[in-house]
Every structure is written in structure tokens, then in C-alpha cells.
Design a protein around this ligand. Structure first.
Ligand SMILES: [Fe+2]
Ligand SMILES: [Fe+2]
Length: 477
């Protein structure tokens, strides 16, 4: 974090705390009460400190507060009040507030009115509209209301660009390590670790965005895109089961280097367009143990290396301990191993490979994996994985009963991933497709109450010659 960001984070925490204190105090006490005076003086001070005489934007998006466009990092001590505030804004139909510099000229009484109106707006029919009228009537001109709506495009684009860049950097980092390892020179994983940390942040912030990225496929760099995809899928699943940030980072590293042992498998075998013969399979089956060996030789702390070695060692080991490598000293697959087994198989099945006519569509892959539940995959984890990806995973192309085609870009509710949001694909006039508007498949006909659009078929994007990640990232532009 830069010094400036760190300072903003501290001041931001203080500001939200003062804001929370002010609105809670005016709820309980009378106008001329000393406590109210104190809380308002305190808020005004925090506001002028953080705004530095400029306009101040306080925004809530997807459960995070942004002050001047920067995400606020929560400290433990403000956690519970932040949680309260996360309800406070949506209850009032607010996305945020902008404080104008002329707040300095306003009286204490005006602040009290402002805070009371905010509190009272919750029960109104159109809280933001009501607030705007009230502010006008009381001549409160130093605060502007931001109504709840879609994410401001600049913010969304910035986030998408950051996500895409982290993905690409992670891929390059894996590639660099693999190249160094294959040349037998010493490779460090500091860069990979830093990128894993960034990816954890991004997954925690916006799971759908990161899952959308896993549809990136690069034919020539398959092993590397595959490694980053596995890392992301594993981290997203890890997040679902509540792993801490440190564990998620380690899981990401495991994913990034799970196939490192492939540096010693001849290219002819890796890229063979037909099925492998027995001898070739034997060679292929060596990549987990070679991977362990290579990971342990990396330049990193012993603890980090022993954690990271789980990736190569266990990713082809089944839940019931079949699979490979054959082991006699292990009687249980670790949690990391079980997660990676699922993430690895899913990404491999949904990727295009030379030795089969086409990739499995996401729903086909999940169905196939489900047929091996309890044998190859941990039942609970696989269930959570299917839930996480939804009936139609992000990045899938849907054929709709309206004749339209849509790319699944998000799910409005994480707990019930049934009817996604889709980006409609339109003819671009040059024989290709371009992104149109984004809409939800939950939209219903006002009169009949039935859904406006239903899914007829679910396609793998490559069947239509599409790279969904491209669309996905361009969606907001
Ligand atoms: Fe592998
Ligand atoms: Fe793999």
C-alpha cells in the first residue's frame, strides 16, 4: 500500500466511525444535547480532515466502502459498525454520498437535520427522492445523494483492467519459473506470491469477475493459463469454505505450480494430438513427483515450499486414494489436494485439447465430474463447487427461447445461482458477434408473471469460435 493510500485508509476508517456515531447519537438524543454537539463536531472534523477542502465521495459497492474511489480496508475495531453501515445505505436506497466543500459554512443545526433526515428516510417509499426534496426544503446544499444503481462504469472498468492484468502477470510469472526450472537455474517465487496475494484480494472482492477470467484459454500457453485458472478456481472454492487469506494465498501458489513437473515431460507427449500409449502415459504420470521435487528446489522459505508441494503431489490423487502417484504412506488426501483435484479436472475438461474433438461445456464437465462423486472427488467440496459455478457457469453461452444468444456474466445472488445475468450477443455486421446490453434472466413479464427469457441450450464458447474472457472484459466499454 502506498503511503497516501495507507493514510486514506486510516482517515477513511475514522470518518466512517464518526459518521456512524453521528447518526446513532441523533437517533437517541435531543437536538441541544451535549453528546449530539460533540458527535457533530467530531464528524465535521473527520470530514474536513479527509476531504482536505475538496469534495468527498463516499460510496458503497458490493459490500465494500470506497472513499474517493479507494477501497477501504477494514480494521478489526470498526468491523461491527461497518456491518451496520452496510445495511444502512441499502435500506435508504443509497449508493453513497458526496460532501461538498461548503459544508464548512453550515451550522450545527443543519448537520442535525441532515442526520435526522437520513435516519428517517428508511421507511419512505422512495427514500432518495424524499431525501432530495427535504434537503432542498431545508436548503442543505453541501451534500449530494447517489442513488443505488449499477456500478459506475469507470470503477468497473478499472477493476476489470486490474483483474485482467493480474491474470496475465500471474501467467507470465508461472511461465518464468517453469522456464528457469527447465534450464535448471534457481527460480524464486516472490513475484508469484505477490500475484497470488493480489488474486486473493480480487477473488474476495468480486468472485464472479475472477471466475469469468478462468475462461481465458491460450492454446500455445495452455499449461500456464491452465495453472492460473486452477489457482483461481481453487481460491474461489477456498473462499466459499471460509479459508483465511493466508491459506487462500498458499492455495493459489499450489494451483500456480501444480503442473510444474510437466517441464520434464517431452513436448511431443504433452502436445500429442492422439491418445497416449502406455509408455507415454507412464512418462506423463511422473509429472506430480517431478513437480514436488522441483517445487522443493525453488528459492523460497521451507514452510512455503512444503505447502506448495501439495499442489503437484496431490492434484491427480483421488478422494478414495486411487489415481497417481501411488502412495503407501498417505491415508487421506489433504483439503488443498481435494480442492485442487476438482479445480484441475474442471479446467482441463473445459479446455480445448488436441487429442479430443472438442472441449466439454461447463455443464457437461460438471455432470461428468458428478458421476464420480465420492470416488474421485470429495462430495461436499464438489457440491459447493457446482453451486459456486452455478447452473450455467460464468463464461457459458446460452441460446435463449427468444432467439437471442447471451454470455453468462454474473449471478446477482451468490447463494442461489440459478438465473444469471447475461450479456446479449449481437451481430457486429462483419460476420462476428459483439456485446449488446446486459440483462437478467430473472426479468418477468409484468402481466403474466412468467420469465421473459428461458434457456434452450448451453454451449461451450469455443464451439462458436468465441473467447468469452474477451467479451467479458470488454463488456463495460
Ligand atoms: Fe497435472
Ligand atoms: Fe493440471
Amino acid at each position: 500500500m502506498t503511503e497516501q493510500k495507507a493514510e486514506l485508509s486510516v482517515l477513511g476508517g475514522r470518518f466512517i466511525k464518526a459518521f456512524h456515531h453521528m447518526i446513532s447519537t441523533v437517533k437517541i438524543h435531543q437536538e441541544n444535547n451535549q453528546l449530539i454537539k460533540e458527535s457533530i463536531t467530531h464528524f465535521a472534523k473527520a470530514l474536513s480532515e479527509i476531504s482536505g477542502g475538496m469534495e468527498l465521495e463516499m460510496l458503497l459497492w458490493r459490500g465494500r466502502f470506497f472513499i474517493q474511489g479507494e477501497k477501504l480496508h477494514y480494521r478489526k475495531e470498526i468491523f461491527s459498525l461497518i456491518n451496520e453501515m452496510l445495511d444502512y445505505f441499502p435500506q435508504r436506497g443509497l449508493r453513497g454520498l458526496i460532501f461538498r466543500p461548503n459544508f464548512k459554512q453550515s451550522s450545527l443545526k443543519e448537520f442535525v437535520i441532515f442526520a435526522r433526515l437520513l435516519n428517517e428516510s428508511a421507511g419512505r417509499e422512495d427514500p432518495p427522492g424524499w431525501l432530495e426534496k427535504q434537503f432542498k426544503a431545508y436548503e442543505i446544499s453541501w451534500v449530494e445523494i447517489l442513488k443505488e444503481m449499477e456500478e459506475p462504469p469507470e470503477l468497473e472498468l478499472k477493476k476489470k483492467e486490474q483483474a485482467r492484468q493480474s491474470y496475465m502477470h500471474a501467467m507470465v510469472a508461472v511461465k518464468e519459473v517453469a522456464q528457469k526450472v527447465s534450464q535448471r537455474s534457481v527460480a524464486g517465487i516472490r513475484k508469484a506470491r505477490r500475484l497470488a496475494q493480489t488474486m486473493v484480494d480480487l477473488v474476495l472482492d468480486d468472485e464472479s469477475l475472477m471466475l469469468g477470467l478462468t475462461t481465458i484459454r491460450d492454446y500455445d500457453d495452455y499449461t500456464y493459463t491452465h495453472s492460473v485458472n486452477v489457482a483461481l478456481l481453487a481460491m474461489a472454492l477456498g473462499k466459499r469454505i471460509g479459508l483465511s487469506q493466508i491459506f487462500l494465498e498458499q492455495l493459489g501458489i499450489c494451483g500456480m505450480f501444480h503442473d510444474l513437473g510437466k517441464v520434464e515431460v517431452p513436448k511431443e507427449i504433452l502436445l500429442k494430438p492422439d491418445m497416449l500409449n502406455t509408455g507415454e502415459w507412464d512418462q506423463m504420470r511422473k509429472h506430480p513427483l517431478i513437480g514436488v521435487h522441483r517445487v522443493l528446489n525453488l528459492h523460497a522459505s521451507r514452510e512455503m515450499k512444503s505447502r506448495a508441494a501439495v499442489g503437484p503431489f496431490e492434484h491427480h490423487l483421488n478422494y478414495n486414494l486411487t489415481g497417481y502417484p501411488k502412495t503407501h504412506f498417505v491415508n487421506k488426501v489433504t483439503l488443498f489436494g481435494k480442492i485442487l483435484r476438482i479445480a484441475d479436472t474442471y479446467d482441463a475438461l473445459t479446455s480445448e485439447r488436441k487429442y479430443r474433438p472438442r472441449a466439454f461445456s461447463p455443464d457437461e464437465a460438471l455432470r461428468l465430474m458428478w458421476s464420480k462423486v465420492g470416488e474421485d472427488y470429495d462430495p461436499i467440496l464438489l457440491k459447493m463447487f457446482v453451486n459456486m459455478l452455478g447452473l450455467y457457469p460464468v463464461g457459458t453461452i446460452l441460446k435463449l427461447d427468444t432467439g437471442e444468444m447471451g454470455l453468462v456474466v454474473d449471478y446477482p445472488r451468490d447463494d442461489e445461482r440459478t438465473r444469471p445475468e447475461v450479456l446479449l450477443l449481437e451481430d457486429d455486421g462483419q460476420g462476428g458477434l459483439k456485446g449488446g446490453k446486459t440483462l437478467s434472466l430473472e426479468e418477468r413479464d409484468e402481466k403474466t408473471g412468467s420469465f421473459l427469457r428461458n434457456v434452450l441450450e448451453c454451449h461451450h464458447p469455443t464451439k462458436l469460435g468465441l473467447q468469452p474472457a474477451q467479451f467479458y472484459l470488454q463488456e463495460a466499454s
